[in-house]
Design a protein around this ligand. Structure first.
Ligand SMILES: NC(=O)c1ccc[n+]([C@@H]2O[C@H](COP(=O)([O-])OP(=O)(O)OC[C@H]3O[C@@H](n4cnc5c(N)ncnc54)[C@H](O)[C@@H]3O)[C@@H](O)[C@H]2O)c1
Ligand SMILES: [Zn+2]
Length: 336
């Protein structure tokens, strides 16, 4: 599969595990985290970082680029991000900025990274004030997909990635929603290459239509994310995984859409039922105190003036960015 972007294009290439290990062995700058390094001891890695969202931060970014400098990594070299979205975003941001930009390869090892973060060129780090507040558009030079890597993924991480898979179904693929509904993959062994490819194709279509998030098209990928990101931020990126937070976000943003008369009645209940059966959370006790959450939403990148913007689904399989959502409606939905 080919992804086009402002500076050209990149290929998504499939490898089996043996081929991938050989490919990695010929790369001098493979960067990963401790869990991936432990699961794939045979794979050659150069720098091994701590796992977890805290690694997607300024301190570890600084540490990483200092290491690159001390190892004399040059502009002609390329970094290989071998890991989940945290490693992909961090290494991608290092690649975007170190020496004013060097190439990098994404080797996604989680379902979430395969279907979402490794495609689209967004890289960056979190600030204590919010997620992804510093970053760049720096497309990878290649993405290497190896389905076998999913075999070692814990079930919770499978469900986490499935939240983004359901998101594609809700925003643009009603047929996928029906298929998933009939057979929900809850373990890595139940995930097919076809499913992963179908999601990547959706992400490709959206990012090619709006690479820099300027015409509102790419914003549809944020369904569930305005509330989800706010939850993650209030929790200090602890307790809930990204997919878990957006699962809650999708249910409540569907309810918000219903309250506004934008979303077909009954949609939120269907989404809630499906995500519950997926084993994802659909409610959060923090809603009892909505003010910190609302404040977090006002720091969202989509905020224009005093109105809140949400990517809402009119029905399952379609999505549109709605600006001018009254704060009162949001407060009502989350404090119900
Ligand atoms: N750039 C984008 O467009 C984009 C899109 C979506 C999400 N993201 C970002 O991605 C991050 C989340 O990514 P994630 O869910 O992949 O999290 P992650 O990178 O933290 O990986 C999840 C956990 O699984 C472990 N792991 C990874 N691969 C494994 C494997 N094959 N076997 C066993 N364990 C493995 C990791 O060590 C980690 O503990 C968030 O920071 C989010 O903001 C970015
Ligand atoms: Zn997401």
């Amino acid at each position: 599969m080919t992804i086009r972007h402002h500076r050209g294009r990149y290929e998504i290439r499939r490898f089996d595990l043996d081929e991938l290990q050989q490919q990695l062995a010929s790369e001098p700058w493979v960067i990963t985290d401790e869990n991936v390094a432990a699961a794939y001891r045979g794979a050659k890695t150069e720098l091994v970082l701590k796992p977890g969202e805290e690694t997607k931060s300024f301190p570890s970014y600084q540490h990483l680029v200092e290491q690159l400098a001390s190892l004399s990594v040059r502009r002609s070299h390329r970094l290989v991000a071998f890991g989940g979205g945290v490693i992909g975003d961090l290494v991608g941001f290092a690649a975007a900025t170190y020496l004013r930009g060097i190439p990098f390869v994404q080797v996604p090892t989680t379902l979430l990274a395969m279907v979402d973060s490794s495609v689209g060129g967004k890289v960056g780090v979190d600030l204590p004030l919010g997620k992804n507040l510093v970053g760049a558009f720096h497309p990878p030079s290649e993405v290497w997909l190896c389905h076998e890597l999913l075999a070692t993924l814990p079930d919770r991480q499978v469900r986490n990635g499935m939240a983004e898979v359901w998101k594609y179904a809700y925003i643009m693929d009603a047929d996928l929603a029906d298929q998933l509904d009939a057979a929900i993959p809850t373990q890595a062994s139940m995930l097919s290459e076809t499913l992963v490819d179908r999601c990547i194709a959706h992400k490709r279509d959206v990012v090619q239509a709006d690479e820099f998030e300027t015409n509102g098209l790419r914003a549809i990928l944020n369904f569930g994310h305005t509330i989800g990101h706010a939850i993650e931020q209030v929790l200090g990126y602890q307790e809930l995984l990204h997919g878990e937070a957006i699962a809650i976000g999708m249910v409540f943003e569907a309810r918000l859409g219903e309250l506004l008369g934008f979303t077909e009645a009954g949609t939120a209940a269907i989404i809630e039922d499906q995500l519950l059966r997926q084993g994802l959370p659909t409610d959060w006790e923090g809603f009892q105190n909505p003010e910190p959450l609302l404040q977090a939403m006002f720091r969202d990148k989509k905020v224009v003036g005093n109105a809140l913007a949400f990517s809402l689904v009119p029905k399952i399989g379609a999505c549109k960015l709605v600006t001018d959502v009254p704060v009162a409606a949001v407060r009502e939905v989350i404090s119900r």
